[in-house]
Design a protein around this ligand. Structure first.
Ligand SMILES: *[C@@H]1O[C@H](CO)[C@@H](O)[C@H](O)[C@H]1NC(C)=O
Length: 562
């Protein structure tokens, strides 16, 4: 066992406590501290990195039965507690930015992988249950794929197959799905129906045409999926996730799931209406679970698409495609209107923005929403309370970087996006824009970034994200680019301490949980991760493949390495 229980002397309190339970805690004749300590379980390790202001490192803490820290302390050398310390070095539980509802399988050799999947699952790919994959990239495939490419394999012909592009901004579908559509499909604003070299790919707003035809998996299937996602997140030290877009139906499922005693993932769920970039705040009930397992008080809006598919909206045209500046998914006035509607309803507004035009529109929308809803003397003070965020925040004009810092708009950044995209960023943007605008991290730090990985688009190991943030090199290869072998624009790298806080303290602040999550201190949720070595003593290359010992959530062990 990784823990032991320390009973303290007030035996009679125990009886009262079990009989009357938690209600007794406020009772004036029992000092709250003593009462908590008495019911608590104490854990000691070789060292505990706390992130708290009081003490940076201790070796013990106690956890209440309801799963919060009641005491964080240093047991004296030679004391019985210190002698019984468990092996391992503790850090606060880590948080992640991800979209949980999108997994399924990763594709490399698309047809080969699909065929082999189908030989193991011969009934997959029906009208009622589409086969869904993720991970293609037309750059790697050599050209834009088509439905006919899939039909070339007789095993795949007639199957209902839908494959997300690596950035999830386009989908590629099979002929069976195309056949569900009318003969002629008109163009969609803010989207792209790829017609050459053939039909099959739908991007951004055009994806809705397909999504509307898609059979919804049933609740049981979703639950199975979510539980398996929960397990794989705990395995890499994650205790919570900012789920970047949850529709009203799935919010209801979350509300059911978090009630069950074996649900152990903290979810900060951003609402995404059935219709993207809409206001559906009158149908959504805000909900904040006291135990910290579910929070529904934020919304996700989408300003543009991704850089890889020329979908992100730029102020000036792409350097490698002067005919286009990408496309907005929603125009500036509409974005401001929707953001303001949500802000008025008391929701935190989080806007996906990649290109510099999208980021500018997002900042405009945030500024307008703050002006509309706040009574504080300055926008910065107002923002400190509302905490509006820009998700990804990848290419930001220098003028807008200044505005972000002055208002305190929170950048929510995925360090591995920089290291996955670095191979083609200069091609798309040219050197000037890349140097001044792209994938800033240190320049935006003042506002306290929320870091994450954007699973399933990037693998969900936060230590790889920390590696990418600290080295600006790809965690899979350990390499930078030919131009920057030591790290891509390494002047934007973060220190190890900043990066670790970006996966703990940053997300806590970005979700109104500062002091309660991402920190080991009295009153915080008792979430922690046990490592073999202190973080500070690890070789940075080791961050590419960290194998953690244990993960604990609310005082319960949820992962143990074997
Ligand atoms: C912005 O979009 C809205 C909704 O699609 C539309 O009604 C409005 O005319 C657009 N505004 C501009 C300036 O294009």
């Amino acid at each position: 066992m990784g823990w032991f229980r320390v009973r303290q002397s007030q035996g009679s309190f125990w009886f009262c406590a079990t009989a009357v339970g938690i209600g007794l805690i406020g009772f004036s004749s029992f000092p709250q501290t003593a009462f908590h300590d008495f019911l608590s379980t104490t854990h000691c390790y070789q060292s505990v990195r706390t992130h708290s202001k009081a003490t940076s490192y201790v070796n013990c803490f106690s956890v209440t039965p309801s799963g919060t820290f009641s005491k964080v302390f240093q047991a004296a050398d030679g004391s019985s507690l210190a002698a019984r310390a468990q092996p391992g070095f503790v850090i606060p539980g880590l948080w992640e930015y991800a979209t949980l509802y999108s997994l399924f399988l990763l594709l490399e050799d698309v047809r080969g992988r699909l065929e082999s999947y189908l030989s193991d699952h011969p009934n997959a790919g029906t009208r009622k249950e589409w086969l869904r994959g993720l991970g293609w990239d037309q750059m790697a495939l050599g050209q834009m794929p088509t439905a006919a490419d899939l039909a070339a394999s007789h095993q795949l012909k007639d199957r209902y197959i839908m494959l997300d592009r690596v950035d999830m901004h386009c989908i590629w579908v099979s002929e069976a799905i195309l056949n569900l559509l009318p003969e002629s499909i008109p163009d969609v604003s803010g989207g792209d129906i790829v017609r050459y070299p053939g039909m099959g790919v739908f991007c951004d707003n055009a994806m809705k045409i397909i999504m509307d035809l898609r059979p919804e998996p049933d609740a049981a299937k979703k639950e199975t999926f979510l539980r398996s996602a929960m397990t794989s997140l705990h395995k890499v030290g994650l205790v919570g996730v900012h789920d970047a877009g949850v529709n009203p139906g799935n919010l209801a499922l979350y509300r059911d799931l978090v009630r069950s005693s074996d649900w152990t993932l903290r979810v900060y769920a951003m609402v995404e209406c059935y219709e993207r970039n809409a206001f559906c705040g009158n149908e959504i009930e805000k909900y904040v679970d006291e135990r910290g397992f579910l929070d529904i008080s934020s919304v996700k809006l989408f300003a543009d698409g991704a850089l890889g598919s020329w979908g992100s909206a730029l102020i000036k045209p792409y350097s490698d495609r002067p005919d286009t500046s990408g496309s907005l998914l929603i125009n500036s006035s509409e974005l401001t209107k929707i953001a303001s509607a949500w802000a008025t309803k008391g929701f935190q507004v989080n806007i996906h923005a990649i290109g510099d035009l999208a980021n500018r529109n997002a900042i405009n929308a945030i500024e307008a929403a703050l002006q509309l809803t706040c009574r504080e003397p300055s926008l910065a003070m107002c923002q400190a309370r509302r905490r509006f965020r820009i998700e990804h925040c990848q290419i930001v004009h220098p003028d807008d970087q200044v505005r972000m810092r002055s208002i305190g708009v929170i950048p929510s950044i995925q360090p591995t996006h920089a290291t996955s995209d670095m191979a083609y960023v200069v091609e798309r943007l040219g050197r000037g824009r890349t140097t001044e605008e792209a994938y800033r991290m240190r320049s935006l730090l003042e506002t306290g970034p929320v870091l994450g990985s954007d699973f399933p688009i990037e693998p969900c190991d936060p230590f790889q994200g920390i590696y990418a943030a600290v080295t600006r090199r790809n965690p899979h290869t350990g390499q930078g680019t030919d131009d920057f072998p030591e790290g891509w624009y390494a002047e934007e790298a973060l220190s190890l301490d900043q990066a670790v806080r970006g996966f703990s303290e940053g997300p806590a602040y970005g979700s109104f949980m500062e002091g309660r999550a991402g920190v080991i201190q009295r009153g915080a949720f008792a979430d922690w991760v046990v490592l073999d070595k202190p973080l500070e003593e690890m070789d940075i290359e080791d961050f590419r493949s960290v194998n953690i010992r244990e993960t604990w959530v609310a005082g319960k062990r949820v992962y143990e390495r074997n």
